[in-house]
Design a binder for this molecule. Sequence first.
Ligand SMILES: NC(=O)c1ccc[n+]([C@@H]2O[C@H](COP(=O)([O-])OP(=O)(O)OC[C@H]3O[C@@H](n4cnc5c(N)ncnc54)[C@H](OP(=O)(O)O)[C@@H]3O)[C@@H](O)[C@H]2O)c1
Length: 311
Amino acid sequence: MRSCFLSFVIILVGDRVITLGKSGMWQELVVVSADRTFPMPEQMSFEEGAALPVNYLTAYMMLFEMASVRPGKSVLIHMAAGGVGIAVTQLCQTVQDVTVFGTASASKHETIAQGGVTHPIDYRTKDYVEEIRKISPKGVDIVLDPLGGSDTQKGFSLLKPLGTLIVFGAANCVTGQKKNLLAMAKTWYNQLSLTTLKLMQSNKAVCGFHLGYISDEQLISRTMFTLLELYSQGKIKPRIDSCYHFEEVADAMRRMHERQNIGKVILLPEPKKVEEKPKSNPEPEENVEKTEAAVDEKKEEAKEEVKAEKD
Ligand SMILES: NC(=O)c1ccc[n+]([C@@H]2O[C@H](COP(=O)([O-])OP(=O)(O)OC[C@H]3O[C@@H](n4cnc5c(N)ncnc54)[C@H](OP(=O)(O)O)[C@@H]3O)[C@@H](O)[C@H]2O)c1
C-alpha cells in the first residue's frame, strides 16, 4: 500500500482527505500533491470538508496571526452571514470575552446571533458606524474588511488606538450579477489612503490578507491541523447553506449573487440521481400524465385483486 508521511500523520490510499487548490477544483477528479492533503476527521462530512479550508484558514490567519485576538477584545466582521463571517464568529468564541459586531441583512440576524455574533447590525437600513458607536463609543479593536472603498475608511475610523484593520476583499466592486465598472471606480476612488506619518500618529495597524498569495506551505499545514483539531473538539463547524450538483452550477451561482446564502454553497461532483426531483422546475406535464396513468392502472389492478379474493 502506498503511503505518504507528513509531519503529523500518515495518509493511506483510500483515506478521506481534504485538499486545497488555487484553481481547477470544479472537477470529478483532481490530482494534487500529497502534502496538500489533510485527513478528514471521522465525523466530518465531505460537504463540511469542502467548506472548511478557505473560509477557516482565512479567518484563523487574520484573527490569530495578524490581529492577535486576545480575551476581552472586540471584532467587527462584515458579511457576517457568509462563509468567512461564520468562521470568524466561531473562532472568536474560542477566546474568552470577545465581542463580535457583525453586519448582515436583517433576515439573517437570528441565525448569526445564535452562531455567536454579539451585535448583529443591518447595514442595509442603518449606519453601522453609528450603531457601533452607540454600543461602544471608543470603537473596536479589530476590523475585518472584505468590502473595500469607503467601508475601509469607516473601518479605520472605528479602530481604537492600537487596533488593527485587515482588508481581505473588495466586494463593493460587485453590484448585482457582475463586476460593475462604475462601482469599481467608486471603490478605488474612495479607498483608504494614508501616509506612513499619519499611520504612526494614529497608533493603528492596517494589513492586507490574501490566502491565495500565501506560499508558506508549512504555515498552511500547521493551521489546517489546528483547525481540524478544533473541529474534532466541536469548537468549529462549517455551516452548509445548500448543495448543488455540477449541472446545477448556475442555480448555485444565482443563490450567491442574490445574496440568499447563510454559510457555504457547495458543488457536488456526482451527477444528480434520476429519481431526484429538480429543485425549482415543476414536473413536466407529460410526466405528470404518465404518473397519473400508472396510478390509475395500479388502482384497477387492486380492484381486480379484491374482487378475485371475494369470489
Ligand atoms: N483574501 C482572502 O484570502 C479571502 C478568502 C476568502 C474570501 N475572501 C473574500 O471574503 C468575502 C466573503 O467571502 P464569503 O465566501 O464569506 O462570502 P459569501 O459566503 O458568499 O457571503 C456573501 C454574503 O455577504 C453579504 N454581502 C454584503 N455585502 C456584499 C457585497 N457587496 N457583495 C456580495 N455580498 C455581500 C451578503 O449577505 P447579506 O444578506 O448580509 O447582505 C452575501 O450573502 C468575499 O469578498 C471574498 O472575496 C477573501
